[in-house]
Ligand binder design. Sequence first.
Ligand SMILES: [Fe+2]
Length: 357
Amino acid sequence: MSEIRLLSVDNLKDGMHLAKNVYRNDGNVLLAKGVCLHRGYIEKLKDFGIASVYIVDDSVGRVEIDELVTEQTRNEATRIVRETMQNIKNARTPEGEKVIRIVDSITEELIHNPNIIVNLVEIRAMNDYTFAHCLGVGILAMVTGIGLGYDYKRLKELGIGALLHDVGKALIPDEILYKPGQLSQAEYEAIKSHTKLGYEIIRDCKQFSMSSAYVAWQHHEKYDGGGYPCGLKGEAIHEYARITALADVYDALTTSRSYREQIMPHEAIEYLRDAEGIAFDPNIAEVFLEKIAPFPVGSLVLLNNGEKAVVVRINPEFPGRPVVAAVIDSSGSRLETPVERDLKKDLTLFITKVLDD
Ligand SMILES: [Fe+2]
């Protein structure tokens, strides 16, 4: 428990203190928890593509943070994905046992978490985007698998596939992968080939199941048949790949490489809803969306009664109706002590808007 607020980088001010570490994608700390922000640091956050951070805010009261996977496991997993891709680049076989072991740890941590709701915005530095994205997709896919009632074996197959879904990119030249601006047709085809290449890499690794390999092959297929590489439709796309497609897009939207493009969970949720039945399997999308808190803890929101409040706790059964602490009343005056309102109990109240400062 701590006193935190989620604040957009544009609204940071000198003298504010960071409430959580901000990591680079190699697992090293970019800016440490407790650091006092100044102009240089704020610019650095922008340079690294970070859109919002958690800051200390004593006026809010206690905010409950529940990490789905421990920091140690996340860092280890990011490292293993990086190593795996490096090995593939250097024409070495990936070390399957290491991947299996880390997916085991993630599975253990997820299934022992009673309130499995994605309730934090992940703050991630983008200079080295791919590896942390793979982990983000892996965790989101497994959370969805749990929502679908998967057993341990299927969770692990899904987790391995989702974690390694983009592994084929290791074989695409960096000049193409990171080319700014328009791609030629040939370059676009080369990028699309990461699906087939990834499939072959996972298939050839004896420790992995074929179902995991299908994730790499089919994660860019779309439910209506408009995807690649095969234009598969509906249930013809492997279920693990249909899950991973959702996780991939959600993670990319909420942790974009440019801080100007990153959007908040409630906006990403709207985007996914609009694409249900077109890009995504509507049934899986519903299960996925039940696991995402549209208003992450620490968000400042406007209630329909005119109060401004900070989200302090997620109700796992109703992720869209959290417990909030009103900090400013409807006339615009700051409340001396925050007033807690449980939107699960008070059904006349709802969130009308996410505010930024
Ligand atoms: Fe991909």
